[in-house]
Write a protein that binds this ligand. Structure first.
Ligand code: ADP
Ligand code: MG
Length: 573
């Protein structure tokens, strides 16, 4: 085919596709326009998921009647004139694309009355062209009606989900934008029913109640950056450990009040919560990041939903620090997750205790807990939380008392995590203790196990396994990691190989798989009676290690019942 210029109509529809994907994106653009116009009240109405009707009414500045047709011209904007202005964008819009894009894929009526006008002007467009203009009576502000979206773009229509799914996306959009503008009243009406109503009283909590429900909103914890924040401020709300979700859909990030999707930001939250929440569970998080506009590029995507940070490593660690500070304030025993920082380690102000447990021979023979602080940590003392064992419940959980309430500790999960961390550290230091077997064990292996052993020989050796070939299909096991329970050497060896066969991840995960298995076979079991000195010793080790919250398999190690909560339950407060 010869090269030809496409018609302006076709070009407009293609460009529109980038801004207007679905009814929710129209709602987003129109609401952002209302916010840019300084509205304090915004009402959104949709019918049939927005496919039939979208209406957005605001009480903002309005559009002068002579500018009304211009607003629907491509690249017409009142917000950005010079390229340099891109450096300092604080308005939601700036590309001058939304109105013309919407008009090219739907029927649009826009009625607007600036505050100094004695009547409203209107413009009606079909297929992107003005078909009617005039004046009418209307209150101050702007209303945009969008009807029959995508009726003229069958290809796009085909990709839309059901009206109810599109409606849900609209609710999500409005509620998420509302969370960044607590001083604006938002009302959302879906098929004649009021679905969302934020009071606009300036209190984000009230908007949170509307967005996430009373119970969730009440249990969220306030995040605020302290004096160390510098140019990057982080604030918002996050889950305590008791509040988790099966999906990430209750996480929202805002950059300079713009609701954005950012892999980096969700990764920072996931990374922080990785050692706090059980595997496969996600935190609820509403986080506002404020930084100089020049440090963030909002012009990455036509819908402006993605952003690029100039110094993403700093944003990552600012977020981490804010979460860390929040958790430390909540719970002085808190020990943070690894916090892998793409820019390398940053000193994190925290109360974390060095997790390297001393090398010990027997399960519970531990020197007294010392509160060593990791290098780079502020010398501010680590908390000396002393837990006093009270007894055992169900021969599985240790009941303990601390200065701040009652603790229930899963004896196996807790011990397993401690043994795991110790083993990983010993492995990193190349100092795993090997226990030679008095009588070497002949262990027969199936074909897969033999292949795995050959493949992972170095890793197995580095964790203390020693063996040599022993005829066809067997090996002679001579040494195992110190501390395995009596009689479990062979089983541990074989299970480690079976576990490795399923591990497809990088080499580092192999190490974790071996360590988790060895830890599991080294530790006190559920159902095992523990003496008081044994419980005491385990609790001291927990203190020493900074109270890791999860076992290597992602199960919680402990529950904390704060004294205040106990008192409340008994109506003493
Ligand atoms: P952008 O928001 O990127 O400037 P739009 O196509 O969304 O581009 O809007 C074009 C222009 O129309 C805006 O710059 C603004 O001047 C005007 N406008 C749009 N919606 C409103 C509104 N609700 N109130 C006042 N002015 C508006
Ligand atoms: Mg706009």
């Amino acid at each position: 085919m010869p090269i030809r210029l496409m018609s302006p109509q076709v070009a407009a529809k293609i460009a529109a596709g980038e801004v207007v994907e679905r009814p929710a994106s129209v709602v987003k653009e129109l609401v952002e326009n209302a916010l840019d116009a300084g509205a304090t009240q915004i009402e959104v109405e949709v019918k049939n998921g927005g496919l039939q009707l979208i209406r957005v009414t605001d009480d903002g500045a309005g559009i002068p009647s002579d500018e009304l047709p211009l607003a629907f011209e491509r690249h017409a904007t009142s917000k950005l004139w010079e390229l340099e202005d891109l450096q300092s964008i604080l308005s939601m819009g700036f590309r001058g694309e939304a109105l013309p894009s919407i008009a090219s894929v739907a029927q649009v009526l826009c009625v607007s009355r600036p505050h100094d006008a004695d009547r409203a002007a209107y413009i009606r467009l079909e297929g992107g062209h003005a078909v009617e203009q005039g004046f009418q009576g209307a209150p101050f502000g702007t209303t945009v009606f969008v009807r029959d979206i995508f009726q003229n773009v069958p290809a796009r229509l085909k990709f839309l989900k059901s009206a109810s799914t599109e409606g849900t996306a609209v609710v999500r959009t409005v509620s998420h934008i509302a969370l960044a503008f607590p001083d604006v009243t938002f009302r959302l009406i879906v098929n004649g029913r009021l679905m969302f109503h934020s009071p606009g009283n300036g209190d984000v909590r009230d908007a949170l109640v509307e967005a996430f429900g009373l119970e969730t909103a009440q249990s969220l914890v306030l995040v605020e950056t302290g004096h160390w924040a510098g140019l990057i401020q982080v604030s918002g709300f996050v889950s305590p450990a008791s509040l988790t979700r099966a999906r990430r859909d209750q996480q929202a990030f805002y950059v300079n009040r713009r609701w954005v999707q950012s892999r980096m930001l969700s990764h920072a939250v996931d990374d922080f919560y990785r050692n706090v929440l059980p595997r496969g569970r996600y935190a609820v998080a509403v986080l506002y990041i404020t930084l100089p506009p020049a440090d963030v590029d909002v012009n990455v995507h036509p819908a402006k939903a993605e952003v690029r940070f100039r110094r993403s490593g700093e944003v990552f660690s600012a977020l981490h620090r804010a979460l860390q500070a929040t958790w430390s304030a909540l719970d002085p025993t808190f020990s943070a997750s690894s916090g892998e920082d793409p820019q390398g380690p940053t000193p994190i102000p925290s109360l974390r205790v060095d997790e390297g447990a001393p090398r010990v021979q027997s399960l519970f023979d531990l020197p007294t807990a010392s509160s060593r602080v990791a290098p780079g940590e502020p010398a501010k003392a680590a908390p000396a939380l002393i837990l006093r064992p009270v007894g055992q419940v169900g021969v599985t959980y240790i009941v303990a008392e601390g200065s701040d309430g009652m603790y229930l500790i899963d004896q196996h999960a807790a011990h397993e995590r401690l043994a795991f961390d110790k083993l990983m550290k010993a492995n990193a230091d190349k100092a795993v203790d090997v226990q030679g077997l008095l009588e070497p064990l002949a262990v027969s292996l199936n074909r897969t196990q033999r292949a795995t052993l050959e493949d992972a020989a170095t890793a197995m050796e580095s964790f203390g396994f020693q063996w040599e070939p022993f005829g066809e299909g067997a090996v002679l096991l001579r040494g195992v990691p110190t501390g395995l329970r009596d009689g479990e050497a062979e089983q541990t060896f074989v299970e480690a190989l079976d576990g490795l066969a399923q591990e497809e991840g990088p080499t580092k995960d192999r190490g974790r798989a071996i360590a988790a298995l060895v830890a599991c076979h080294s530790t006190v079991r559920a159902g095992q009676v523990m003496t008081f000195p044994e419980m005491d010793s385990l609790l001291r080790w927990m203190t020493e290690a900074g109270f890791p919250r999860l076992c290597p398999h992602g199960r919680p190690t402990m529950m904390h019942l704060p004294a205040a909560q106990i008192d409340r339950n008994f109506l003493r407060r």
